[in-house]
Design a protein around this ligand. Sequence first.
Ligand code: MF3
Ligand code: CO
Ligand code: CO
Length: 333
Amino acid sequence: MKRPKRNDLCWCNSGKKYKKCHLRTDELGETSPPAMFDRPVGKQTVFPGIIGPPLTVPETIAFPEYAENGVPSPRKSSCKKETEDQIERMRLAGGLARKVLDEVLAQVRPGITTNELDCIAHRKAIELGCYPSPLNYMGFPKSLCTSVNEIVVHGIPDDRKLVDGDIINCDVTVYSHGMHGDCSETVFVGKVDEHSKKLVQVTWDSLMKSIDLVKPGIKINEIGRVVEEHVRKNGFSVVRQFTGHGIGETFHMEPYVAHFYERENRTIIEEGMTFTIEPMINAGTSKCNIWPDKWTAVTADLARSAQFEHTLLVTADGVDILTGGRTPWFLKS
Ligand code: MF3
Ligand code: CO
Ligand code: CO
């Protein structure tokens, strides 16, 4: 692909003019190496759709601090849980997030809209006495994130119908007992091509391999080392723009958890910490662009992307998966 002119649309399909998008970074050589222009570009399969009004949550449910004004608490509390009570409440929140996610994933099929999946997540969360954490988090308009095909993360549910051959990540977070629990899975819609199956399997395996090594005393950058190693070996790439995070009374807190190797990030994992690991793995370039809606992250080359996420509790000698299920759904179908 030739380099666009200043006023042409950017090569990355963001819909923005080149001068407002990748012109500067291309000139500086910071990103998008020349190979990028030779890479076969995927086909856009997801377009901005119609987003319905936000759903409401009954007043009987406890709201997180940002529910009214969209602004999360700046409080930088540590994600280390000091008391049994805090840990128990984290376990409850994690278990409830898992229940909501299972309810959603059971309904994934060709023809259902992502908005319908959002309604299912919203209704189930409320039935279980939870607030659906994404709702109005920094202004996010829905209760669930749905990221289809080339969408990397933070897809907004809309009127798009799932079609045979799609892959979709559903990301559920709930707030209950004063804590957030956060998890996601990528699943197949009908019959999916072999390359997408491999992408999803490698992504799942990278999460499992990294969870396996978590225990007190190891450096947090070991997580990214293991994820990145497995992913690269299989010819895929690790997204760098989004990371895992500490979680608890607030949705996102320290430490951030990179899914690639960061030599300088030597934070030591301690017993009682609760954080997520949530690798986003791309079939092509690791680069992402954000849609004008300010949320939807899409691969720069429109190749597919997969993700899995668990909320973890570090125990004396290892880790508990607070959002653990049985077999992941993509292996059941
Ligand atoms: N659940 C996402 C995460 O894993 C965050 C979603 S933020 C939202 O961190 F506002 F998009 F919901
Ligand atoms: Co998360
Ligand atoms: Co999540």
